[in-house]
Design a protein around this ligand. Sequence first.
Ligand code: PHE
Length: 365
Amino acid sequence: MPDALLDRIAAAADLQELDSVRVALLGKSGEITAKLKSLGAMDPDARAAEAPKIHAEREAVTNAIAERKAALEAAELERRLATETIDLSLPATESVNGSVHPVSQVMDELAEIFADLGFSVAEGPEIETQWYNFTALNMPENHPARAMQDTFYLQPRTPDEEPRVLRTHTSPVQIRSMQEHGAPIYAIAPGRVYRSDSDATHTPMFHQVEGLVIDKGIHLGHLKWTLETFLKAFFEREDIVLRLRPSYFPFTEPSVEVDVGFAVVSGPDGKSRRVLGGSGDAPGHGWMELLGSGMVNRKVIEFGGLDPDEWQGFAFGIGVDRLAMLKYGMDDLRAFFDGDQRWLSHYGFSALDVPTLSAGVGTPA
Ligand code: PHE
């Protein structure tokens, strides 16, 4: 074995040089490769004599390269350990964290509370046919209630296409749920709704959550208990008091508007605020309207494909943005949809936060 070869390997000053030596010796047209190839042209005796030497040489070269490589790598590591330093006093590069929008947070809280009560989450399209948005909810064409919920109408693409609107409420999901799942139903349907309205407390797009129960023997008492249990859990207060007021919706009969009692409390800044809790009739208290509800109208149950003599139920609809404002203290609805980073980081939630309501509403005594 010629030492010259081993000297060349030992002389390689760095990994790159070592690799060129490797290619020159063991590569496709390397010196040792050429010797291996030459074996084929020898007569058997010569080959038997030469082959062991050439193979031994190749092995020695391969080992020497591996050793040199390990030595060079170790030296390189030593050099880096000796010269590189980490400056722990440098400020860390800031990473921008997004936050969960209060509307998403409240929708999660709603889903969580109602899941504890046995409700599932249903969905429907935001571009809805007028039939689902109005007709099937007992608002026939030319019914004045259609004008009360004035919305955005879509131009039909063909003369015979069903007329469509941006849904004005989540109530069409009532019909879709009955048609899709039949009865019984215990569901909520949160989502975006649209009306042509715009001021400090109204935006053309806002959020509602619909509640729907269809079962046998359902009455107003079930509605009241469900709303009371939900609102106590949501606002995390045992002293929530409801007042049910007769009202009118075409899709419920009877219809009830639900008010919740609040106290006027003056804060450290001298400004007075309305804090939910207590009877609205108590001194220094008042009632605020919170949601619309009622027993599902027989006609609506029929439109949903069910027999109203067999199935009854209740429904309610609440503004999700309004729930967020009442719980977390924002005072201008428009800010919800401005996308101002300062507002979002102030009112937003961490995605990893455990929702405050995770203990649930049904913890056994
Ligand atoms: N859909 C009604 C609204 O948007 C609210 C409502 C829902 C009332 C369900 C009764 C029952 O005003």
